[in-house]
Structures are given as C-alpha cells and as structure tokens.
Design a binder for this molecule. Structure first.
Ligand SMILES: [Zn+2]
Length: 282
C-alpha cells in the first residue's frame, strides 16, 4: 500500500524516506493497527467508526483479506435473512456506536451491495421512530463521502418500501384471521371460544406493520401479543394473528427489502448485478 504514497526526503535531517498519505490520520492509524494486530478488525464488538475506517482503507489500498473480514462483520450487522437478523450472534457484535447510515454510505462508496437493503431499512426506521432527520456521518462531514448520495437512497427506499408493505397488507385482506364472519365491529372467532378480534385491533396491527415506528423484523416486536392488550383472545385467534404478521413480514423481508432498493430478489443483490432503480449507483 505504501507504494501509493509519495516517498520524500525526511525533514528531520536523517537519511530516511517518509511517505505522505492523503487519508485522515485516524484511518491510517486504524489500518496500521489492523495490519499489526490481526484480531483488531474482528474484535467483538468492534465500533462502526473503526469498521468504516478499515473498509475505506482496505478498499482503497487493496488489502483484500482485511476488506473481507470487515465485510463479513458488516454482513452480520446488516444480514440478508430474518433468522440472522434475530440471531444472538448479531446482538453480540452490535457496537455501542451502531449507526445504519454509516453502513449505507459504506455500501455505496466501497461497493458492498449485500448490506444495503437492511442498512437502508434501519436508517429510515431510526429516522421515523425517533422523529430525527438522517444525520451526516463523520465521513461525510470530513468530505470523504459525498453528502447527498446516502440521503437520496434513503428517501427513494422509504417510498418504495412503504408502498410494498401497504400492498402486502392490502393483499392479505381476505386471509385468516380476517376471512371470518364480521359482525358488531369484530371479526368472529372461528372456534367460538372468544368474542373475536375487534376491528380497531386490526387497524393497530396494520399500523404496527406499516408505520415504521416499530422494527417489524424483530421477533420481540410481534411475538408478545398477550402482553399488549390481546389477552382476551383465545389461543386460536392469537395464533392466527401471529401467523398473519409472520406472513406479512416474511414477504416484506424476502421481496420488499431488495425490491425497494431496485433488485428483484436477495440473490440479485448479491449477484453483483446493478439495481434497476432510477438514479441508483450501488
Ligand atoms: Zn377466538
């Protein structure tokens, strides 16, 4: 990598050549540390700022092994399956400075498409759930990455993702548990063991799935209905609601996440094929 720098005579008056790199001091320091201490990049957890430095530098100076190590870590944090998303492994490597917008920028600037769908989802979720605007990362503030690229992709993703989720909900209107007889503002219990599901509960469920106020892909968000005002329902109705939610979120994960980024499937995301979204350059 040092060949890329510019060897010059030492200004210290010694007969030593020095190499000047145009990169931020922190990036150079972290790269050298990762090269000398081979477990540095894979510390559990490792900070996002450090992972970002290492990926930028490993990509720029073609340190392939280090680049693969960092991408493997980012793929745990921003995975391609619901199972991995809810895994203990992911929890164990999530750092205190976890910030999905950094992953969006890295994905676009360092050509790591596999992490883009989940990183975009988490960015818009964080923005919406906390009423925050998407902040500028340190790399953008320092001029390393262009300021608008990640923001444009977030805005575009948000529209497409919402449209897909709402259409998935609409297409399940006649599926259980909503296929049962409807009377007195309730969907009747198919086993007559409870009073059925109130219509306002259905609306609340739909809002939880489409409102981007809750993480619809976290098991803990949707698998505790009994604690959230649904305790009056019989086990059969509860199971039907859980199955309905699982079907919607699986469909949105499998198809909605990649398609909102311009790919048809997760396979296409990882194939290296460019997305078809207008203006996308991942
Ligand atoms: Zn029931």
């Amino acid at each position: 990598m040092l060949v890329v720098g510019s060897p010059i005579e030492s200004t210290l008056g010694e007969r030593l050549a020095t190499v000047t790199l145009p990169d931020p001091t922190e990036d150079v320091y972290r790269l050298l540390k990762a090269l000398y201490f081979r477990l540095y990049a894979t510390e559990r957890p490792q900070n996002m700022e450090v992972l970002a430095s290492l990926l930028r530098m490993a990509t720029k100076y073609m340190v392939d092994n280090l680049r693969k190590e960092v991408i493997a870590r980012l793929e745990i944090l921003f995975p391609d399956t619901l199972e991995k998303y809810n895994s203990q492994d992911r929890k164990a490597v999530t750092p205190p400075d976890f910030d999905p917008i950094i992953a969006v920028e890295l994905s676009l600037a360092c050509d790591v498409p596999a992490i883009l769908p989940t990183a975009l989802y988490l960015s818009i979720l964080r923005e919406n759930a906390h009423s925050l605007s998407i902040g500028l990362s340190k790399a953008v503030q320092m001029g390393i990455f262009p300021p608008l690229q990640a923001h444009y992709r977030c805005l575009s993703f948000k529209d497409e993702f919402r449209t897909f989720t709402e259409s998935a909900i609409t297409s399940a209107y006649n599926e259980p548990p909503w296929a049962c007889r409807y009377k007195d503002d309730r969907f009747a219990c198919s086993t007559n063991k409870c009073y059925g599901i109130p219509v306002h509960s259905k609306r609340a469920l739909e809002l939880r799935l489409s409102g981007l106020h809750h993480d619809m892909f976290l098991d803990s968000t949707f698998l505790s209905l009994e604690k959230e005002g649904y305790a009056h329902l019989c086990p059969s109705c509860l199971e039907k609601i859980k199955a309905y939610q699982s079907a919607i979120r699986s469909k949105v994960w499998e198809t909605g996440l990649p398609s909102a980024c311009g790919w048809r499937t997760w396979g296409d995301v990882k194939s290296g094929r460019p997305p078809t979204i207008k203006g996308a350059t991942a």
